[in-house]
Design a protein around this ligand. Structure first.
Ligand code: DX5
Ligand code: ZN
Length: 222
């Protein structure tokens, strides 16, 4: 299970999304698309029509992060639109087992996200259905927030659960990931790193992706 970098376009120039993805596409492993509905979180971004349109213009696989209410109803459409990975929040799902199965049946990896206040036990029963656990390291809703170091033990717990399950479950971190925080997350057991402002505010976003990956790889090997 290697280190994967998934830049978030949230803080890029959203008026030219495909061009912004192209700036990192030769360096990144995934592109992270933050869907917000102004209900589950107090912010609003884009939905299925934008994701579907974007996917026609990019080759890099899409890692869709749904910060929405009622994912049971809305999430499978992102998989059907061609997203390679679809992550919903456990706090919002009515029937997470069925939802994971629906996502996989539609051809996507199934991910589940946890807000900072949600304990890892909330997803313990879901392991056989899952391809990825997302540990939020900021309160979801906005880019550019500070990394919450107190989430590090939860990253370790997620990695332990994944190891116990015995399948290849990825552990993703999202929020405040930059050159000063990525190594701690990697050491704690994360292998998929979302980075928004640290990548898109860099002079050379592609080079920043490479730098983040290199730091995570060294910290993972320690
Ligand atoms: C926040 C989003 C993140 C955000 C990360 O709710 O889920 O993906 O774009 O942005 P940074 O890396 O700036 O914290
Ligand atoms: Zn996100």
């Amino acid at each position: 299970m290697g280190v994967l970098i998934s830049p978030s376009v949230l803080n890029s120039d959203l008026s030219c999304l495909a061009a912004e993805v192209a700036r990192v596409a030769d360096h990144a492993d995934w592109i992270h698309l933050d869907v917000m509905d102004n209900h589950f979180v107090p912010n609003l971004t884009f939905g299925v029509p934008v994701v579907e349109s974007l996917l026609k213009h990019i080759a890099i696989p899409a890692d869709v992060h749904l910060m929405i209410s009622d994912p049971d109803r809305w999430a499978p459409a992102y998989a059907e639109a061609g997203a390679g990975s679809v992550t919903f929040h456990i706090e919002a799902a009515a029937n997470p087992v069925q939802l994971c199965r629906d996502l996989r049946a539609a051809g996507a990896r199934a991910g589940v996200g946890l807000k900072p206040a949600t304990e890892i036990s909330a997803v313990a029963d879901l392991m056989p259905e899952l391809d990825m656990i997302l540990i939020m390291t900021v309160e979801p809703g906005f880019g550019g927030q500070s990394f919450m170091a107190k989430m590090l033990p939860k990253i370790e717990q997620a990695r332990a659960l994944a190891a116990e399950a015995g399948t290849d479950i990825w552990v993703q971190v999202d929020g405040g990931i930059d050159i000063s925080t990525i190594e701690r997350c990697a050491s704690a057991g994360a292998n998929v790193f979302v980075a928004g402002s640290s990548v898109y505010r860099a002079d050379d976003p592609g080079a920043m992706v490479d730098r983040l990956r290199a730091l995570a790889q060294v910290a993972t090997a320690l």
